[in-house]
Design a protein around this ligand. Structure first.
Ligand SMILES: Cc1ncc(COP(=O)(O)O)c(C=O)c1O
Length: 443
């Protein structure tokens, strides 16, 4: 283990917490009958980029706590911003009323998002932000009297969350196939692992132009597909086809947003090459620096304006969650944006990403157990090459990393490294060394 200890009471304490957890908690995407066997850590607190478990053992957070943490854990600046807001109010109704913190956040995001004249509909999870966007795209056409725009184009390998709408636009293969009778049909372009995916998507947009409400896409990186990366230039023809055929473009930046790919939004890299103006965008995860739940659907002004009309009339968007626009989350998000600039986080991402690329090339890429290493900014997928099915190489690698004091979580046989954006060179080295050692033991 990462901190060898002869203190048996410690080991018992950990086992006790795991048992209490297993008895009462139902973990997402987790088979609870084997929960205890897969080296779960039970966190008590955290400092910076390290998680500290109930026994005081430390783990480098190489997965950014499910891709949400941007600057580090337990930062005084973010804690203070939240506590300060709590001293005034933590949550108030957003249906028909507002709060100061959320207005300030929306104003601060306005010049930063790649959406023209943006309006923010807040929610709590990424899936809800996508779900809202799907409903907005559908109603946008209805409100204008355009009939038949009732489907979406999305991509193979796509992951957009776990609500029924978001699993419908998401691809098969995330254990969601069981819900097929509930999922609605979409027009499905190939995944980013197929070099022809965008050519095919463009062709499909022309073919289905009369029935498409929107095209839904993860810009640059399909995260849950195992970090499948596609160059920024490929997204320009997609946007052009949406413009030409008058189909809304919905970008899902839940995973790629807030610095992950080296720019604030992945869309920024596409926009630096040409015209790319999403009509809708979903953000979440890093919006609050990973401190409190908050997501948002960002709608361009021309989309939002299609919902204007008489009070209580049919043009209204009849959708809104209880915790939409939570003031404590908004205060965290606002402080996070300020720190992001003050600390020049994007420069840190660029140098950490370069360091990561060098370390992976030196220690991981040539291992015989590795099929491919994919990286965009600080999103890394190491695809393993098990000689047969069912060997659980991803699982075994992650378990070994945890035992070396580095927390990772695999996606099948792809090891994902998703470091906190402020990770130091030493920490990047530690992650790669642990992963390399874990992979080298496979066979
Ligand atoms: C691209 C993308 N969209 C949506 C989601 C769903 O976000 P949440 O888990 O917050 O519902 C995720 C989660 O990983 C994601 O990667």
């Amino acid at each position: 283990m990462n901190q060898p200890s002869t203190d048996h009471t410690r080991a018992e304490r950990h086992a006790d917490w795991v048992e209490r957890d297993r008895t009462r908690i139902w973990h997402g995407f987790t088979q609870m009958s084997t929960f205890a066997e897969n080296a779960p850590i039970i966190v008590e607190r955290a400092e910076g980029r390290e998680l500290i478990d109930v026994d005081g053992w430390r783990y480098l957070d190489a997965i950014s706590s499910l891709w949400v943490t941007t600057l580090g854990h337990n930062l005084p600046e973010l804690n203070e911003a939240i506590v300060d807001q709590l001293g005034r109010v933590s949550h108030t109704i957003m249906l028909g009323h507002g709060n100061k913190a959320t207005i300030e956040l929306a104003e601060a995001l306005t010049p930063r998002v790649p959406v023209a004249d943006p309006r923010f509909l807040f929610a709590s999870d990424g899936a809800a932000a996508v779900e809202q966007a799907l409903k907005i795209a559908f109603q946008y056409w209805v409100n204008q009297g355009v009939e038949g725009r009732d489907t979406y184009l999305s991509f193979g390998g796509a992951y957009h969350g776990d609500t029924i709408g978001s699993v419908s636009v998401g691809a098969d293969g995330f254990g969601t196939d069981i819900f097929n009778p509930l999922r609605f049909d979409v027009v499905r372009a190939p995944g980013f692992d197929d070099p022809a995916c965008m050519t095919e998507a463009v062709r499909m947009i022309a073919e289905h132009r009369d029935s498409l409400a929107a095209v839904v896409v993860e810009p640059l990186v399909q995260g849950a597909a195992g970090i499948q990366v596609l160059g920024a230039e490929h997204f320009l023809p997609l946007a052009a086809a949406c413009r030409e055929h008058d189909v809304l473009l919905l970008v899902d930046e839940v995973a790629t947003g807030f610095g992950r790919t080296g720019t604030l939004f992945a869309s920024d890299q596409i926009r630096s090459l040409g015209e790319f103006a999403p009509d809708l965008m979903a953000i979440g995860k890093g919006l609050t620096g990973g401190y409190l739940p908050m997501s948002a659907t960002v709608a361009a002004g021309h989309v939002a304006n299609a919902f204007l009309g008489p009070d209580l009339g049919p043009n209204t968007l009849y959708h809104g969650h209880s915790f939409s626009g939570n003031a404590a989350s908004a205060a965290a998000a606002l402080a996070h944006l300020r720190l992001f600039d003050e600390w020049d986080v994007l420069s840190q991402v660029q140098s950490a990403a370069a360091h990561m690329a060098d370390a992976l090339a030196a220690q991981v890429a040539a291992l015989p157990q590795v099929r491919q290493v994919r990286q965009c900014g600080l999103m890394v997928g190491i695809e393993l090459a098990p000689p047969a099915d069912g060997l659980l190489w991803g699982r075994k690698t992650a378990k070994s990393c945890v035992q070396q004091g580095v927390l990772v979580r695999p996606l099948g046989d792809v090891i994902v490294l998703m470091p906190i954006l402020t990770s130091t060179s030493d920490e990047i080295e530690r992650m790669v060394a642990a992963t390399s050692a874990a992979i080298a033991q496979l066979g």
